[in-house]
Design a protein around this ligand. Structure first.
Ligand code: NAG
Ligand code: NAG
Ligand code: NAG
Ligand code: NAG
Ligand code: NAG
Length: 420
């Protein structure tokens, strides 16, 4: 990040109200006007946000120095608020250069005809993010274990990070191991592992099998986080996510006893309440099992899907299939990301004293209807002739092609990791 050489916008505003600081104000004004005419206007105007939204992505305690941090973010800059900029230097790696991209995300290999979606970079308003440095990340991870826990979107982010890092590791010194619910990337010479663990609800559920988890009637067990959690112990960095699997109507089935019980005690609760239960359990687990003086916790917000093109004013019956341009409307939100869940996350993280670094990737991904895998992927279950005949409805508008959007998530993760 740039050193904080310019006064943060809030100080400019405060000075305005004080007559005694007229001179300072005039100096600031001259400074400001100079910038205004010298640079891109939109980013300057956004700096003048007098009523900033919740931009502090770290909870209360977060201003203490966090493990692994080597600097600070520019004050007052929300790196998740910005815009997409065309960048011919992207992608950061080629699909064929990363041997670990799973078949479900390898869009070019499965025939995607366009590549435009790869050439975009997220540019925050009012500041820049540091360039991703794989060597720095690997050096920092020496002798450490980094763990991604969550659903297939988090697996995508894990894969993207592995692709970004593996470039600088020679062939003989890296490997990927798949076992049960876990994938482990090993960087031998660094004695470092980057792991992914499948737990779509974080809590124990009937969808926990890493392969066979297509359950229509989803049930989550109240409070049961240790079943998975025992496998996360000892991790130095954990990045959690959970969202997509909760999206099965407004009510959710919660099991009060155990899955072994003959007569199961199941209650239906509002989904947002069930979601809160999971976040609460996650926070409890972190508090009990992690030494936050030495370790870090991250949480990625909801990844949006783009299943209905009518939501962005497109074809009334369309989906993300054949979309090659992103959404321009900066206020676009879409029905796939529930505001009440976002509010619940914001509320719970602002109330806790646990320093969780929040990766608010929802809004920036909302624009990217062009970047999903659609039909260009290996299917878990071969498509039926009807599905092949109807790509609009069989397109996957949830997952993201690699390279692509998720590399940008990792650049923001990198920024927050080193410059929280
Ligand atoms: C990346 O990080 C390494 C290790 O800290 C450092 O030696 C190198 O100069 C950095 N590269 C760039 C391009 O900043
Ligand atoms: C490798 O890292 C692990 C922690 O993940 C540590 O326990 C072990 O001592 C390290 N081994 C070497 C040879 O540095
Ligand atoms: C989960 O269990 C706790 C403690 O038994 C209870 O207070 C809470 O209401 C339950 N939550 C849900 C969503 O069922
Ligand atoms: C959309 O689908 C509906 C119902 O399936 C159909 O009646 C309508 O003609 C379709 N519209 C377009 C523009 O394809
Ligand atoms: C994440 O960012 C969006 C868009 O900027 C914002 O509306 C939302 O409140 C943020 N969420 C949290 C929990 O800060």
């Amino acid at each position: 990040m740039k050193p904080p050489s310019s006064p943060p916008p809030s100080s400019v505003v405060r000075k305005r109200s004080s007559a005694r600081h007229l001179f300072t104000f005039l100096a600031s004004l001259i400074f400001f006007v100079t910038i205004l005419y010298g640079q891109d206007k939109s980013s300057i105007f956004s700096q003048l946000d007098l009523n900033p939204r919740q931009t502090d992505s770290i909870t209360k305690k977060g201003r203490e120095k966090l493990p692994f941090a080597i600097g600070e973010a520019e004050r007052g800059c929300d790196i998740f608020s910005g815009r997409w900029m065309r960048d011919e230097a992207r992608p950061l790696y080629e699909e064929y250069d990363c041997p670990y991209i799973p078949e479900q995300l390898a869009c070019q290999k499965y025939g995607r005809p366009d590549k435009d979606y790869q050439h975009w970079r997220w540019q925050p308003h009012g500041c820049s993010i540091p360039s991703f440095n794989a060597t720095l990340m690997l050096e920092t991870l020496r002798g450490k274990r980094m763990l991604f826990v969550g659903d297939s979107l988090n697996r995508g982010q894990f894969m993207s990070l592995v692709c970004l890092l593996q470039k600088v590791i020679p062939e003989h010194a890296k490997s990927m191991v798949l076992k049960d619910s876990k994938r482990t990337f090993i960087a031998k010479e660094y004695n470092a592992t980057i792991e992914y663990y499948w737990a779509p609800f974080l809590l124990e559920s009937n969808s926990d099998n890493a392969i066979v988890h297509r359950v229509t009637d989803r049930i989550v067990r109240n409070g049961s986080i240790d079943k998975h959690g025992q496998r996360w112990k000892g991790a130095d960095i954990i990045l959690f996510n959970t969202y997509l699997w909760w999206m099965a109507g407004n009510k959710f089935k919660i099991l009060q006893g155990s899955f072994e019980d003959k007569i199961k005690d199941i209650v239906m609760v509002p989904t947002v309440e069930a979601y809160r239960m999971a976040i609460r359990a996650m926070l409890g687990w972190i508090e009990k099992n992690m030494d936050l003086k030495k370790t870090r916790v991250f949480f990625s917000s909801m990844s949006p899907s783009h299943e209905k093109s009518k939501e962005w004013g497109g074809d009334p019956n369309g989906s993300c299939y054949k979309e090659t341009k992103m959404i321009e409307d900066p206020t676009y939100w879409g029905s796939s990301t529930r505001r009440n869940i976002m509010e619940a996350i914001g509320e719970m993280f602002s109330e806790t004293n646990i320093p969780i670094t929040f990766l608010n990737i929802t809004h920036l991904s909302n624009y990217r209807k062009d970047a999903h895998t659609t039909i260009y992927k290996k299917q878990w279950v071969p498509l039926t002739p009807e599905q092949i005949a109807n790509p609009i409805s069989s397109a996957d508008c949830v997952h993201w092609c690699l390279p692509g959007v998720q590399d940008n998530w990792n650049e923001l993760f990198f920024a927050k990791f080193f410059y929280p």
